[in-house]
Design a protein around this ligand. Sequence first.
Ligand SMILES: [Ca+2]
Ligand SMILES: [Ca+2]
Length: 184
Amino acid sequence: MARIPLIAAILLVLSVARAADAEACGPRVVVRFVEDAGGDWFQIENTSQEAWSIRVLTIVLNGSRGNLVFDTAAGGEGASMHTPFEVIGGEGVGYLGATLVDDGSDAVTLTFSDFRPGRSFDFIVDVDDRLAESDLGQAFVSGREIEGAQANADMVTANGRRARVQGEFRVDGDASLGDGGVCV
Ligand SMILES: [Ca+2]
Ligand SMILES: [Ca+2]
């Protein structure tokens, strides 16, 4: 009679161990923001240890401490030095396109067909803050001002597994998506 609970307990331990393994080797993405007067720079890197590819990645400025906005055209929202969205790097990621980044918008979604681990993608676009008492003036975004902005990604494997990871930009300008970790 005691055997069945014991077997159930062993199966439970095994399944928990498997789940922990999957998590330790799970999908992982880093999105970096670098303030630049010539067009602020975002870099997306697939840092997964396992063969997870980025299918869709979204950056949401809403929620940032600086109430950030994309400044892609003269006038309207944004301070100065407006710069439209432009891809500047991303060899081998199968970039399929991005949602339109209108002046005054606060989110962009990018789609890829082959964004494997170790690869990265770069784009520029002007980002400004909308604080009355801005750290460096509204045309320049400090780490404190991008803190709280979000990014999320839909990840896939070649055999059809799917996962969603998300993270928040920190004061250093980076957002880490997913727990990832070292595969064992
Ligand atoms: Ca503008
Ligand atoms: Ca700016």
